[in-house]
Design a protein around this ligand. Structure first.
Ligand code: KG4
Ligand code: ZN
Length: 359
């Protein structure tokens, strides 16, 4: 009888322990810029991934207004977190950890997500996990997906977003070295600023992508910077583009509307070429054939096409994120948190947000 009881207790204890190991429910919050996002993961599996996009708030100003972004985060964070929990069918009491973006990003925006996450962790007495936004963009490739194999370390990571254009040597989940960087504008910033000049609303990347599909990419040519080493520069092409448009408009006031598709295709060709040159160079120099792409601009259809062509030609092992994980989202913060949770690398409530957090 006694043996029987001990066996039951032992079974229950182990079952609970195993259940804890098997199910790690993580709530992740991403609020670094202009998207209020929350996701729930069970280990590497995404149970919900909700985003409130602030584009309509910022579009009239032609770019992000930080104060408006913070206020929108403040009003949307509770509903988005509730929605993420609801869609995942998870009660907040079942959560094992809360993750948030610590940086880089806009301070006011980061503060909303981090304060919310810290309050929840305090109330629920569960660990908090601060995450580097750019880690999230690359680690999104480790989200469980039956049709998709995750990369193996080491690999070359390329982050192309509105705030970054970086080339990284990635040795492990949180062991990455920047080997190339934009010295000025990020590629997404160049898409957005040039798009503004031709009357497109913010953010212009996706619109340029669409318009370029029926344009001639050879119609106009813009300077393709090629700095020594692995750094890139986008300010030269941006300035050349702005001057070109102004000059053409002086000659012909309808220049933009009459050539919009060709302008977009030619601009997109140039912006993509700048990073492709570096990727080719780095693969040849470092002899690492796994290329992992992340960030909003990795949604670009022409970049994806060119990379696929290059990788089949050069026998690279290319990893392009599923489109839903290209632009900012909280699932990518959740997956990064999962790997920190596995190593018990938790944060402190006293940790501050870092707008210029470096990898
Ligand atoms: O990663 P992300 O959502 O935010 C940052 O971390 O910056 O990237 C946003 C950037 C914007 O510049 C946007 O114009 C660009 O990604 N983007 C695109 C496309 N979709 C989003 N750029 C080119 N083609 C696209 N299809
Ligand atoms: Zn991002």
């Amino acid at each position: 009888m006694c043996f029987f009881l001990i066996s039951i207790i032992y079974f229950c204890y182990n079952h609970k322990r195993l259940t804890l190991i098997e199910n790690n429910f993580i709530l992740a919050i991403e609020s670094s810029c202009d998207d209020t996002a929350a996701a729930v993961l069970n280990n590497r599996e995404v149970l919900s991934n909700c985003i409130y996009n602030q584009n309509t708030i910022h579009t009239p100003y032609g770019g992000i207004v930080p104060e408006l972004a913070s206020r929108a985060h403040q009003s949307k964070i509770t509903p988005i977190v509730n929605q993420a929990l609801h869609e995942a069918n998870i009660d907040k009491k079942d959560l094992n950890a809360i993750a948030y973006t610590q940086g880089p990003g806009l301070l006011g925006s980061l503060l909303v997500g981090s304060s919310f996450a810290k309050s929840m962790s305090l109330a629920l007495k569960i660990p908090i996990i601060p995450i580097h936004h750019m880690h999230g963009h690359l680690l999104a490739h480790f989200i469980e997906n039956n049709n998709y194999e995750s990369p193996k370390f080491p690999f070359i990571g390329i982050t192309v977003s509105g705030g970054h254009t970086q080339i990284l040597y990635v040795k492990d989940y949180f062991d990455m070295e920047i080997i190339g960087n934009s010295l000025d504008d990020a590629i997404g910033e160049a898409f957005d600023k040039c798009g503004k000049q031709i009357g497109l609303s913010y953010p212009a990347g996706q619109q340029i992508d669409e318009l370029a599909k029926t344009g001639d990419s050879k119609k106009f040519s813009f300077p393709i910077s090629n700095l020594k080493g692995y750094n890139v520069s986008y300010s030269g092409v941006k300035t050349a583009f702005l001057n070109f448009i102004k000059n053409q408009e002086k000659k012909s006031p309808n220049f933009i509307s009459e050539n919009l598709n060709d302008i977009c295709a030619s601009l997109q060709y140039t912006l993509i070429k700048i990073i492709l040159i570096k990727i080719e160079k780095i693969v040849a120099d470092l002899n690492v054939s796994q290329i992992v792409i992340g960030g909003g601009v990795s949604a670009n259809s022409e970049l994806r096409k060119q990379l696929k062509n290059l990788s089949s030609l050069k026998k690279w092992n290319l990893f392009l994120p599923p489109v839903e994980y290209t632009t900012d989202n909280a699932a990518m913060i959740g997956i990064a948190a999962y790997y920190k949770l596995m190593k018990k690398r938790f944060g402190e409530l006293t940790e501050i947000c870092k707008p210029r957090l470096i990898i």
